[in-house]
Design a protein around this ligand. Structure first.
Ligand code: SF4
Ligand code: SF4
Length: 82
């Protein structure tokens, strides 16, 4: 998986539309669980205070949210090797 050297970064263009949350494969997998609770689930990306926030511990940097964002607010960047 690509996670090791990539991450998603947010810009100030985000409108809080929530599309990224709905297309994220990590989120959609969680949503299939019977006891899914959007407020408490460990989502990879969610809208908080009107802006999408990525949980880097959970996000696998697949890029689906980046491609789906209507205002190109999200970017996937390479992290320099340490
Ligand atoms: S890059 Fe991360 S937050 Fe975005 S869709 Fe993929 S797993 Fe979800
Ligand atoms: S990052 Fe893009 S898709 Fe996600 S809530 Fe913001 S505007 Fe919508």
């Amino acid at each position: 998986m690509a996670k090791a050297n990539k991450k998603i970064v947010q810009s100030d263009k985000c409108t809080g539309c929530g599309i990224c949350d709905s297309v994220c494969p990590i989120n959609t997998k969680l949503e299939k669980k019977d006891d899914f609770d959007h407020d408490t689930a460990k989502l990879a990306i969610r809208v908080r205070n009107g802006s999408a926030v990525v949980d880097e511990e959970i996000c696998i940097a697949c890029g689906s949210c980046v491609r789906s964002c209507p205002v190109e607010s999200l970017s996937i960047i390479e992290i320099a090797a340490t």
